[in-house]
Ligand binder design. Structure first.
Ligand SMILES: Nc1ncnc2c1ncn2[C@@H]1O[C@H](COP(=O)(O)OP(=O)(O)OP(=O)(O)O)[C@@H](O)[C@H]1O
Length: 714
């Protein structure tokens, strides 16, 4: 940072209340006389209104005038910009998480283009605080010394004219080249900045590309100017596309080749054609054509929303002509995301009043939420997830706890960051510690040479999903508690703690409260995990079975190219069954049926798995598997809850259907082999005619590990 050593009284006109002097900074190579000279020039220009009237120059002149007259700043001041505290920077970055999420990849790319030429790339928030920085490693010190670093604060009222300050004032891009800066401290900088406007039309940030001691003239910045404007537009478009996922979005370009790569125009509208949002290019083009920009697509294209949607059906691209001006475009229409439509709650629903803005509600297009209980849970989870409230999901096996957790992650601000899922029951106790916490180089014999980054650290910045948390051993619970309390972890064999920042979602089918009272689950951890608790209903209680069936049939069709329909008889079988394996079992059953029915295209009852087939005239209330598990009657039901009893029954059925081959059963159930072994041990499911599990003892560390590895390889 620039350090002021000395002060000398200047002779130029100074703001009346300031007993100013020119501080000179030898480290920055700036002399006192230079600062004085600059200050005189600024004063004289403002006093004599002698700036050129070119648009940008006029903006600079206005900014100089405000800096000198309104804010009473000293143009001869050579000290650096105000630096905000680390805590304030963190807070600002948190508040601008959405902006950073969309700007980060673009900033990275832009830096890849301009970095080697000596430019750094910065993002300022809407108040002018620099919250993101990319610069060449070997120039960092220099950038920092001149205020081009995160944590610096560039507002016009404090630092006078600068690229960021001008954009904040006028919401227009600008290049502020060397002596265009108001304060002498910044005249060695060349800054080109552009606004980043949110889909709601508000200024949310500023993208800035700057260099120190750029020897080129101002015209040389034209290319940088074009890049910065284009990059800012890319950020805005990404923001808009994310924000309007619940709407129809038209992508338009004059050339069909560029339509997918880089659409010129983006217009988002609802089912009635009301335009909810458009990108900057659309806005500027339409404002040239209309005095007031039309509010419905019908006025733009002479086609109502329904006709535009019809044009799109079955076509990847279609032509569209603007009514006014007659420009022709190639168009693509993105339909609203399904999840958003299914999770919108009816007015009067307890969660409806608190609905977040639509963009936040985009949870996933991979989760069926037609059941009101599921949709209400999802809406609430999305409302709290960005507030660092840990979520606990409860529900029987296969009810979609992991799918739900993933949807919540995808609808959170952390969506671009990793989602890391760990099944605490599937990893042997002896391995789970290193899996979760990682270990340092050479931590123990057999450790990987370079150490291992544990799952918790892999989830840094994103979401960690701990499935079957009730199966975590007490010592590990203690370690996890420490991580959650301190936001730090120490990998095995390391002495250094590492900071971690995660959203935590846990799941269990166990009764954690009961485990706490029995002393098998730590009470303090229980309260840490249960910021919000959602119980996912079993499939037999869900009202959206039909939607789930459609969803899985569509999924199969997409994977295999042929769409199968369900006969009424087959659907009746599906409706009658109790689904102990829940949504997972339904998915696998439909996959099986689609494979058998592939040729004829209609799934009949005979195509369904044995356990599902039931004659229409003898619909059983309880499952009557074609191949009943030999050992079912040997189960000890003591201590198992209804959901667990069903799961036990389901796994036993599936094992019997698959001739007790664990690998195939695991595949059919969509579980890992290690999980099947665990569940067999837990529920006391034994191989027919045997007192132990099939094959070698499955729960030995090596076998379960080998199975887990094999599952990963599968
Ligand atoms: N609402 C849903 N919409 C679409 N697919 C779903 C839904 N719920 C579950 N699934 C699918 O069902 C399968 C099982 O779901 P998932 O693994 O999330 O269940 P789970 O409750 O976590 O199971 P477990 O308790 O055994 O860990 C997955 O393939 C998942 O994608």
């Amino acid at each position: 940072m620039i350090v002021a050593h000395n002060a000398a009284v200047s002779t130029y006109r100074t703001p009346t209340h300031l007993a100013i002097g020119v501080t000179h900074v030898e480290e920055a190579g700036m002399t006192q006389s230079y600062a004085l000279q600059h200050a005189r020039r600024v004063s004289s220009v403002v006093d004599n209104a002698s700036f050129h009237e070119a648009a940008a120059q006029a903006r600079l002149f206005r900014s100089w005038t405000r800096s000198l007259n309104t804010f009473q700043l000293d143009p001869g001041n050579t000290s650096g910009p105000r630096v905000i505290s680390a805590a304030e920077l963190k807070d600002r970055r948190n508040r601008a998480e959405a902006l950073l999420r969309f700007s980060s990849p673009v900033v990275e790319r832009l830096h890849g283009i301009v970095g080697k030429a000596g430019y750094c790339v910065l993002v300022a928030d809407a108040d002018g605080a620099l919250i993101d920085f990319r610069g060449q490693e070997d120039r960092r010190k220099e950038y920092r010394q001149h205020g081009l670093y995160h944590g610096r604060y560039f507002t016009e009222d404090a630092e006078g004219t600068s690229g960021v300050a001008c954009v904040l004032a006028d919401k227009e891009p600008i290049t502020v080249h060397t002596e265009d800066h108001f304060r002498a401290a910044f005249t060695c900088l060349t800054c080109t900045a552009a606004p980043i406007i949110s889909p709601a039309g508000e200024l949310t940030g500023v993208l800035d590309v700057s260099a120190v001691r750029n020897s080129e003239n101002r015209d040389s910045q034209e290319l940088i100017y074009a890049w910065v404007c284009q990059a800012a537009e890319m950020i805005e478009n990404a923001y808009l596309l994310h924000d309007t996922g619940h709407l129809w979005t038209l992508y338009l370009h004059r050339s069909q080749d560029y339509l997918s790569l880089h659409p010129e125009l983006l217009i988002a509208f609802d089912d009635a054609g009301n335009i909810a949002s458009m990108n900057r290019q659309t806005r500027s083009m339409l404002s040239r054509l209309y005095t007031a920009i039309p509010s419905n697509v019908q006025h733009l294209f002479d086609l109502n929303a329904g006709q535009v949607i019809d044009l799109n059906s079955g076509l990847e691209m279609f032509p569209l002509r603007l009514t006014r001006g007659g420009d022709r475009f190639f168009a693509r229409l993105r339909p609203p995301r399904q999840a958003l439509r299914t999770i919108s709650l009816p007015p009067g629903h307890p969660a409806a009043g608190h609905a977040e803005p639509a963009a936040r509600a985009i949870a996933s297009d991979r989760l069926v939420t037609g059941d009101p209980q599921v949709s209400s849970h999802l809406a609430r989870a999305l409302q709290i997830i960005d507030r660092r409230i840990p979520v606990l999901l409860q529900g029987e096996t296969g009810t979609g706890k992991e799918a739900f957790a993933l949807a919540v992650h995808r609808g959170s601000l952390r969506a671009p960051q990793p989602f890391v899922a760990v099944n605490c029951a599937a990893i042997p106790d002896t391995l789970i510690e290193s899996e979760l916490f990682g270990y340092a180089e050479g931590a123990f014999t057999g450790a990987k040479r370079k150490g291992l980054k544990g799952k918790i650290l892999q989830a840094h910045g994103g979401t960690l999903f701990l499935d079957e948390i009730g199966d975590m051993a007490l010592p590990l619970q203690t370690r996890l508690l420490r991580v959650l309390a301190e936001n730090e972890l120490v990998p095995l064999g390391s002495e250094q703690s590492v900071r971690v920042d995660i959203n935590l979602i846990c799941a269990t089918h166990r009764d954690l409260a009961r485990m706490v009272s029995e002393g098998t689950f730590r009470e303090d951890l229980y309260y840490r995990l249960t910021g919000a608790v959602f119980r996912l209903p079993p499939l037999r209680d869900r009202t959206d079975l039909g939607e789930l069936v459609d969803f899985f049939l569509a999924d199969e069709a997409q994977a295999h190219g042929t769409r199968s329909a369900l006969s009424e008889e087959a659907m009746a079988c599906i409706r009658r069954y109790r689904w102990p394996g829940n949504v997972r079992q339904l998915r696998m059953a439909l996959r099986y049926a689609c494979a058998l029915a592939a040729a004829q295209g209609v799934i009949v009852a005979e195509d369904l798995p044995d356990y599902l087939r039931c004659p229409a005239d003898a619909a059983p209330a309880a499952p009557q598997p074609a191949n009943p598990p030999v050992t079912a009657q040997a189960f000890d039901s003591a201590g198992l809850r209804p959901g667990e009893l069903l799961e036990r029954e389901h796994i036993a059925q599936m094992l019997a259907c698959h001739h007790w081959r664990v690998k195939e059963t695991a595949k059919a159930l969509g579980m890992s082999r290690a999980t099947i072994y665990r569940k067999m041990a837990r529920y006391g499911i034994v191989y027919p005619g045997s007192a132990s599990l099939p094959g070698a003892p499955p729960l030995s560390q090596t076998d379960a590990q080998t199975d887990a590895q094999a599952d990963e390889a599968d």
